[in-house]
Design a protein around this ligand. Structure first.
Ligand SMILES: [Zn+2]
Length: 320
């Protein structure tokens, strides 16, 4: 996907940026050749052998000095300067610094990693890109699956109604069941969440439609965690909802919080105790909102963000 166009303007600078900055840390062949030229020209310049001095004088090898070399910072700046392909680089500045961590922790195959990075850079040959930018003869910019919306990377990974946009409840199930010592299948990937799991200290409702006296529109959160009252500690209710949007992470968190306020108030009124809403939002291409770690801390249990990030990335790569 990165080789759609050999034109230097469309070069994918991401490839040469370090992984911790969201790039692929590949070696640039141009850079390597340039470095060799520089080394050779310096060697000739300082040579005392008469024959080599002559070569130096003829200026056969002269392309510049080491100071002119491009380094990672240059590649990063060139990447960020790209109007379309650089959007991800700009996003990385406002999201959690661990948003690119999957490249070091998920151990994906190189082609899968390349696919996700190309999607982050919007460098996939979608109908929209072909029709408007590359002009490769696509007669429409519309999506091949739904035929209704423009086929952009964002549409494919987070908007198309014809492509599975799953929720990742199963993966949370393992963390919750382990840490509250609830029964679960021996092998987590075989474990389908029950509607209700319970022991003496907690009760968890999975994807459960609540029956309430008053009309509350949003009453089916992904997870409802009830930590039962014990001694002087009152009952604690946590409404957890999970979302994997394209790039509007903060808006999605806000949306989830306001969506479940009526349910939170109704549960406090009828069930007693304290209730709160915890949104868990992970971008389909791995971006993590800065607020996520704080929200996860509110859950009193440890949820492995890297495992969730990998699950989301793998789902996205299968959609792509
Ligand atoms: Zn579509």
């Amino acid at each position: 996907a990165n080789n759609n166009n050999n034109n230097n303007n469309n070069k994918m600078w991401t490839d040469y940026v370090p992984k911790r900055k969201g790039g692929r840390r590949l070696k640039s062949i141009e850079d390597l050749v340039f470095k060799e030229w520089c080394a050779l020209s310096e060697y000739l310049k300082h040579s005392t052998t008469p024959a080599l001095k002559l070569v130096s004088k003829e200026k056969i090898v002269e392309t510049g000095t080491r100071e002119n070399q491009t380094d990672h910072e240059d590649h990063l700046m060139k990447w960020e300067a790209k109007a379309l392909h650089g959007k991800w680089a700009k996003l990385l500045k406002i999201v959690d610094e661990d948003s690119s961590k999957w490249q070091r922790t998920a151990h994906l195959k190189p082609p899968t990693e390349a696919l996700i990075i190309a999607a982050q850079d919007k460098a996939l040959h979608t109908n929209w890109l072909g029709h408007y930018i590359l002009k490769t003869g696509e007669t429409t910019d519309k999506c091949r699956r739904c035929k209704k919306f423009a086929e952009t990377v964002k549409h494919i990974v987070s908007g198309c109604p014809m492509l599975a946009q799953g929720v990742y409840c199963e993966r949370y199930n393992q963390d919750f069941c382990d840490q509250y010592q609830l029964p679960r299948g021996q092998r987590w990937w075989e474990h389908k969440p029950e509607s209700v799991t319970e022991n003496e200290s907690v009760k968890i409702l999975w994807d459960f439609t609540l029956q309430l006296d008053r009309l509350v529109e949003a009453r089916k959160p992904d997870i409802l965690l009830i930590q039962k009252a014990s001694g002087s500690n009152p009952q604690k209710i946590t409404i957890i909802d999970i979302a994997c949007p394209g790039i509007t992470l903060a808006e999605k968190e806000e949306e989830k919080i306001s969506k479940y306020q009526p349910l939170r108030m109704e549960l406090e009124r009828t069930w007693g105790g304290k209730a709160k809403v915890v949104p868990i939002v992970i971008g389909t291409l791995g971006a993590l909102p800065k607020t996520l770690k704080g929200y996860l801390q509110e859950l009193d249990i440890i949820i492995n963000i890297q495992t969730l990030q990998k699950a989301v990335i793998l789902r996205t790569s299968s959609i792509l």
